[in-house]
Ligand binder design. Structure first.
Ligand code: MN
Length: 434
């Protein structure tokens, strides 16, 4: 098994932190990492357990973790932790699982717990580079169909994982409001563009992949080695200004339509935590080409897909004022990815490009095959032609100021304790005067 199931996944395992039992996201079987600030400042690494965050720097101070890990938890980012060999990272998970389950550590560790709701959760890593892929085949087909009804997928799609270099400086943690971007808009029937607030602001439901160990320049990561370079996963909302995008994207691809803001959930859910939820990559439809040899690995095909359900919901300012629950926009399985996360990572390095610890890769929008699973408003509203109804009587084609989008994810499997990712949330603020 690439990520072995071990005693840390035992469904009978419980924690002396009472809220871990039955917690939808963070039971003791999960143990994701984040950078948190227990007070107004001094951000540091922590691990989620129930509704609490355990201060890893404090744990190191008690001499309870591997000496190799001690320098990494003194940092204000998780880059140094991600850079450690996979064996060391796995030992930390095993040690934390033992400490948080055994009452013998309760007295020493309880003072190191902080209620998550009272903490600031920041970006988990200093992101050197961010790359966004396009592996959600239903999304690619739906969007392609809006532009090219008879040939929605371009001929390269089933041979090469498509991606573009995103903007690392504007990746922000969940909760930071999103300011509607200004930009060049040109309606199809207009002769020239004008400049002003985007009128077609959209969300995109994606998974983020945090790079663990890097690779040297000129030394591609073979696909069988890709799993050790994956440090974990988060939710990623690749906010997109569709009107800016439609005008600017040719011939070099997305630019200012995407680079104004990307939201990530703060917790890094490790591939080890997800061990029970890896499953076979769905077989390609009859007639599709086989991946080229450098993208093929039997084990990756057997268990390189993630058994996760992704959800997006929307609440308008009016809905929140009326105390109405958010409206579910979509739910879809992460297995709707045409390429696995290992194929994405290996392809990225295949030309010799070096990835570094803390780099962020996005999968691209993950949509299901039918409307209930569409991971963007562009698809849900069919390019703005079919508005959706909100419980206040409002309608939406794209996002309005005051709207809040929340992404969530859940892994579950019979016989195991399910885990979640926490929230990836942001509210839309008005554009500044152009
Ligand atoms: Mn995207």
């Amino acid at each position: 098994m690439i990520f072995p199931i071990d005693e840390t996944h035992n469904p009978a395992l419980t924690s002396w932190v009472e809220t871990a039992q039955g917690h939808p996201d963070f039971p003791i079987q999960n143990l994701p990492y984040a950078i948190f600030a227990p007070h107004v400042s001094d951000p540091r690494p922590g691990v989620a357990i129930g509704d609490q965050v355990l201060d890893l720097r404090g744990v190191a101070g008690l001499g309870l973790i591997d000496p190799e890990l001690v320098p990494a938890v003194q940092e204000a980012t998780l880059n140094a932790l991600l850079a450690l060999p996979v064996e060391v990272r796995r030992r930390l998970r095993t040690a934390l699982s033992a400490m948080l389950s055994s009452v013998q550590h309760e007295r020493a560790l309880r003072p190191l717990l902080h209620p998550a709701a009272a903490c600031q959760l920041g970006l988990p890593a200093a992101i050197g580079d961010y790359t966004d892929f396009y592996v959600g085949i239903h999304h690619a087909t739906n969007v392609g169909r809006l532009f090219r009804p008879d040939a929605p997928l371009l001929p390269n799609y089933k041979h090469v994982p498509i991606g573009y270099h995103g903007r690392a400086s504007s990746v922000r943690p969940s909760g930071v409001p999103l300011v509607r971007p200004n930009g060049q808009r040109k309606a199809p029937d207009a002769e020239i563009p004008d400049f002003g607030p985007s009128r077609r602001l959209d969300h995109e439901v994606e998974l983020g992949i945090w790079v663990a160990e890097g690779n040297r320049p000129g030394a591609p990561v073979p696909i069988a080695a890709a799993p050790r370079h994956i440090g974990g996963f988060c939710l990623l909302n690749d906010w997109s200004a569709r009107d800016l995008q439609a005008w600017e994207y040719q011939p070099l691809g997305p630019f200012l339509a995407k680079s104004f803001h990307t939201t990530v959930s703060p917790w890094i859910v490790t591939p080890e935590a997800l061990a029970p939820f890896w499953r076979a990559q769905p077989p390609r439809p009859e007639g599709d080409p086989d991946p080229l040899p450098y993208l093929w690995d039997d084990e990756d095909q057997r268990q390189g897909a993630l058994g996760l359900e992704l959800r997006a919901s929307l609440s308008s300012a009016g809905m929140r004022n009326a105390e109405l629950a958010p409206q579910l926009l979509s739910r879809a399985a992460a297995s709707n990815m045409y390429w696995t996360t290992a194929q994405i990572l290996t392809h990225h390095t295949s030309n010799g490009c070096n990835l570094r610890p803390g780099d962020l890769l996005g999968t691209g929008t993950i949509s299901g095959p039918t409307r209930e699973g569409y991971g963007s408003l562009l698809e849900i509203s069919r390019g703005g032609a079919e508005p959706i109804d909100l419980p206040t009587g409002e309608t939406r084609t794209f996002l309005e100021d005051g709207d809040e989008v929340v992404l969530s994810a859940r892994a579950s499997r019979e016989g195991f304790v399910g885990v979640g990712f926490g929230e990836c949330r942001a509210v839309v603020l008005p554009a500044p005067a152009p």
